[in-house]
Design a protein around this ligand. Sequence first.
Ligand SMILES: Nc1nc2c(c(=O)[nH]1)N[C@H]1C(S)=C(S)[C@@H](COP(=O)(O)O)O[C@H]1N2
Ligand SMILES: [Mo]
Length: 493
Amino acid sequence: MDTTRSAMVTAAASGIAGVAGSFAVVGFTPAFVGAALASIVAKLSPGVVITFAITVLGDLGKLLNVAAALLLVAGVFAGLALGGIWIGRALERRAAAPLVGGTSVFAVATLLTGAPVASLGAGVAAALPLFVAVVRPLEVATGTGDSAARRRLLATVGTGLAAVGIGYPVGVSRGPGVSAEAPIDDSVVRGLLDDARAKSLDVTGLEPLVSDNFYTVDIAAADPTIDPAEWSLSVTGTVDQEVTIDYDELTAMESREVFSTLRCVGESLNGKKMDTALWTVVDAEPLLERAGVAGRDNCCVMLRAADGYYEEFPLAALRDGLLAYRMNGRPLPRSHGAPVRALIPGHWGEINVKWLTEIEVLEQEVDGYWEERGWHGTGPVKTVAKLHATERDGDDITVAGHAYAGTRGISAVEVSTDGGDSWVEARLSEPLGGDAADASDAWRQWAHTYTTPGKAHEVVVRAREADGTLQPEEESNSFPSGPSGWVTREMSG
Ligand SMILES: Nc1nc2c(c(=O)[nH]1)N[C@H]1C(S)=C(S)[C@@H](COP(=O)(O)O)O[C@H]1N2
Ligand SMILES: [Mo]
């Protein structure tokens, strides 16, 4: 085999092994080269590209982002390996290939991730195929001429594949911990969750009042991993005195349970990025008081997070804000902002900052992460009634979904089965909460059963807020300030 081709194959094996080595050491965390590059690509992408990825591609966009980053980083590592091979040949020092290749992969990985230990995994793994190929004539490679070269190349590729075969499962085993499986020992929480289950309407395919599958939206490809013992939250900016509290102090504050719904400004009108959980929270206000912000009329605050995220919104909204550290009775999962996130009742998801580390009090408005990209998502949510489930029983058709109006509350959901000519009130789930939990920012379920008209027809759904206000009919896209309009669905007879 010609030496250029074998050098390329060796370099490719080295590149792939380097990625696998990084993954083996840290798993899918921000210190993994693939995740770091995916985040960098997403952060540098123009707003329109990101908006397209979110509103059109959804989860596929995220997958493509990570896949592209993996290819790119494996390619870069392969290029560095090739450089090592060439230098080795030029110097006629065979040991130079794994040394130069491995070291440069380590250096670039450290640059990308800022994590030298994880990058050591990348460097060492990338060096292995180079070592096999050029330094050590393995037993399998003893022999003469072409067949020896081919066998050596096989051993090289085998080394690369072995790195993936070992690195992948090892990295996966470093995934999120097992806290989500821990039993719920709080009987109040158990009672509230049981109550929510009992109040959930029984329609096939309708998600219960406490979501089984809570959506996630993240700017970074891999979520931060924060040890609660290392975490702290600071109130900074124009304050009388800066305040910093750690996890033990926060969880020792007076806490309560709230049912609260989150909805992403970037979702489609009848999309699936709206969910509800039972959160254990403390109020943000006592912290603001301690910082001397109580009497101030500062315009706004910037919330900052461990993933580099930042969102700015009115100080007034934070006065009603909550700091959540448990979700459905268990420690906040990593994917939802462990150990502590903000919940800002009635507002779009984006200012509900996860992995929260800093509250900066500002005197002037500035743009947050999404506003820099053209979105207007720092205000109250729009009212919506979604249609997600249909059930047929003989001539009976049941349609059902969730309705949410933030803290304005839902008083009714109205359904039309004739394209909007006539309307009837749907049945609503009992309000969540009661004495043991606040549910003033939680959705309701609705359902309506009717007899089929025997022909194709259009179902239309609309919500009324607690004060009777009807949600606007006019449709608008999610960009820039959230989807609005009445949800419609074509039904066969
Ligand atoms: N630190 C941080 N907080 C964040 C985000 C993020 O990317 N990083 N995404 C925001 C967006 S756009 C939404 S819609 C909500 C989603 O919260 P969830 O992932 O728990 O559903 O978190 C918000 N908080
Ligand atoms: Mo969002």
